[in-house]
Design a protein around this ligand. Sequence first.
Ligand SMILES: NC(=O)c1ccc[n+]([C@@H]2O[C@H](COP(=O)([O-])OP(=O)(O)OC[C@H]3O[C@@H](n4cnc5c(N)ncnc54)[C@H](O)[C@@H]3O)[C@@H](O)[C@H]2O)c1
Length: 366
Amino acid sequence: MAFANIFLGKKVLVTGNTGFKGSWLSTWLLSLGADVYGYSLDIPTDPSMFEALKLVGKLHHRFDDIRDKDGLDGFVQEVRPDFIFHLAAQAIVSTSYKEPFDTISTNVMGTASVMEALRNISWKCNCVIITSDKAYDNVEWIWGYREKDALGGKDVYSGSKGAAELVIKSYFHSFIKQMPNIKLGIARAGNVIGGGDWAKDRIIVDCARAFSKGSYVELRSPSATRPWQHVLEPLSGYLCLAWHLATGTIDNGEAFNFGPRAEQSKTVYELSSDLATKWGLDASAVIKVTDNIPFHEAKLLKLNCDKALTWLKWHSTLQYEQCVDMIAAWYKEFYSNKSADMFNLTVSQIQKYSEFAKSQQLPWAL
Ligand SMILES: NC(=O)c1ccc[n+]([C@@H]2O[C@H](COP(=O)([O-])OP(=O)(O)OC[C@H]3O[C@@H](n4cnc5c(N)ncnc54)[C@H](O)[C@@H]3O)[C@@H](O)[C@H]2O)c1
């Protein structure tokens, strides 16, 4: 009965459904009985979660560019979704240094395409737009960022997410809030980790590849601290936000932070070595530390999630150890058992996560 069965039998469009988060979200929605539609440019990695779970046969999917405003609009009109989750983006910070223009056009104009498509919707539809914690102007203070803090971004990826937020805000005030059939929410989360990620320059991915081959991982900034969270944490927030938009229990057009517990801020070294230990390896033998940071990476960025707690009754669920356990189990199964049913394993991790949330009396899980 998660999310009061609001997604059961509903048409849900996920942009960026072939990516890491999009594949997890599609799987969760399928397990909730939704009819899932996807819209993505490509399958961004090889291997990929999308292919590992054989999702192509489980949902309706179109390969197209989010910047193609008319193409997206046509697809939305054809599908007539009850819910839209917009995740399609150029999501890699290091790529934004090599392809700044492409990053801006995908993340900013792509979001404008979604807003244009929303303007043409004549039925009831609830839309959650995923930006990032990097949308905030990171002044490297010690406090958590609140939804009303200034947006900004010193690197192009972060700037593109801040700019996407301005596009959303202006479309919301100019058009969407006058449309009683459209409900809109913005979700900001930070670095996520989980099984099934193969994007470049992500530490878990480097660890999983190395550990599966019995090789070592090289850490370029071992002492960098990140508020790590399992991918299911923000996804439960996105689904919770969509549920509340649909039931009209929150204001329209609001942004929400979805972050981990404060104590989950661990260094890159701690995370890698804990993963190695869960994998059954000697961390000192499989981790090599170097001190080479090739591009500017913002330092500490914490999210204050009081608004999500107050309005959505949402807070994160997993302890750090549970999070690392789930990740090691996912990748170990993928690499060690070629005939493993990764869709079933992923659904069972979602169920386990939902049970943890239920035991904490989180309303979405009851
Ligand atoms: N992974 C993280 O740690 C993290 C953190 C904060 C925010 N986010 C945001 O969450 C969303 C999903 O991230 P992810 O890690 O799953 O990314 P990903 O790189 O794994 O997937 C990106 C998806 O977007 C699609 N895409 C890219 N360019 C496109 C285009 N021009 N047209 C249509 N589709 C396009 C890809 O095909 C893919 O489906 C992104 O908006 C990202 O910025 C991710």
